[in-house]
Write a protein that binds this ligand. Sequence first.
Ligand code: SF4
Ligand code: SF4
Length: 172
Amino acid sequence: MITDILKGLAITLKYFFKPKATEEWPAKPHKVSPRFRGRHFLARYSGGQERCVACYLCQKVCPAKAILIESEERPDGTRFPTRYDIDMIRCIFCGFCEDACPEDAIILGNTLEFPTKSRAEMIYNKEMLLALAPEGFDGKQSPEKDSHAPHAYQKPQNNFEGKSCGPKVEKR
Ligand code: SF4
Ligand code: SF4
């Protein structure tokens, strides 16, 4: 009996000084894997030009039908999205859109927590997604260069903490 109590106390003592596995959430944010696929953002070229060329591949490949794109053509014949919505409630964060994008325009960042008070606020429009690109994010190529060449950006983008975007959303 006494031996069992002592054994138990020894185990308690052993773990008392070990690093704690418990995470102090929400006081401290969760640590996520570098491969974590969180909230999306839309990237720009270093010159500020939007990377998205409205090819619709991400919309087509999305298994959850979470992406809605509308587009127009510029006078020079290039296309751009006039609307780019992602319904974060529908999204299953599979990363297919990022994989399919030929321009590395849609990227899944590492933001895990983005609670809202309504379903409508979970629909991210183009302006919100562009604003979420991390500070200093650089597509590593100027738009003048071959936009299909591989660029230096590779996941992980560890330091990315998405800037907060306001609750203003457009309803579909
Ligand atoms: S991560 Fe997957 S489910 Fe979410 S928008 Fe992209 S393709 Fe669709
Ligand atoms: S985000 Fe990429 S895949 Fe989607 S429409 Fe734009 S260029 Fe095409």
